[in-house]
Design a protein around this ligand. Sequence first.
Ligand code: A3D
Length: 320
Amino acid sequence: MARSKIGLVGAGQIGGTLALLVGLKELGDVVLFDIVDGVPQGKSLDIAEASPIEGYDARLKGTSSYEDLSGCDVVIVTAGVPRKPGMSRDDLLGVNLKVMEQVGAGIAKYAPDAFVICITNPLDAMVWALRTASGLPTHKVVGMAGVLDSARFRYFLAEEFGVSVEDVTAFVLGGHGDTMVPLPRYSTVAGIPLPDLVKMGWTTQERLDQIIQRTRDGGAEIVGLLKTGSAFYAPAASGIAMAESYLRDKKRVLPCAAHLTGQYGVDGIYCGVPVVIGAGGVERVVEIELDRAEKAAFDRSVDAVKGLIEACKGIAPNLG
Ligand code: A3D
């Protein structure tokens, strides 16, 4: 069977890490695309030269030509600019919207059958813009945010409890960023929900609230430490988990920014919800019951996403 072909649009910090992970996991051949000539070519060659040491077989090609995306099974988009200290994700809107229009047109022309994962911020608005600009079916275009947000939550919880990250599951809903909604009652250690762990004396409600806030601020914490650029190792690992679920038809249940058509009372926008990703793309949206407080928090998050999409339509009316 021919190897899968994975297009990575944006060869910056996340794009380069994605290419390395595709190699290490032998997910397929890589086309690394960027508008800055030399960068995708240089990174591809560097990663290819690591393959004899790590023992992976993959062809890697760096390019500035959209034509090279022809026949891609998966395209992961990180093109755009990342945050600098003091910037919110939303500050990136105008610049990255134009990038999504270009990238969407390139995907429509050369890789219309691909499963497309958007990582560019502000995520929930950019995945909407990318889907609209590309015209691809909504179940084939999805945004990465929840996998990263829940990984951060899981890591902090595992640290707090002194248990393996493998045994901690976490559930987050809503938009990426400050309005993200972690759901403690659906987050567990080996199946034991967090509120029960508080009752068992494993932690206190106060500590749990601090961890939730740290999760919400997870991106800013890294931006503040790095001072230039934003997180890239964990975001790349998150994108790869989604790509792998599609390519290997694993049908993993992952929190992703998915196009909603009435689920959770939301219609026509992208928002973070648990979905099943398999060979059919987004095969199912998992809709759980929310209590009153959770629904209110989710609705606030949805309103923030709607505001960003309206701003996009103001800047680029053709996307409306
Ligand atoms: P960076 O290292 O700057 O890479 C972005 C790359 O995009 C650069 O190499 C640019 O040359 C390239 N680029 C710019 N315009 C275009 C274009 N029109 N076509 C093709 N390539 C272009 O950034 P990064 O890799 O650190 O981050 C990439 C994006 O991911 C940013 O928007 C971040 O804010 C976002 N991000 C999202 C998350 C989420 O959880 C959603 C997490 C971390 C970063």
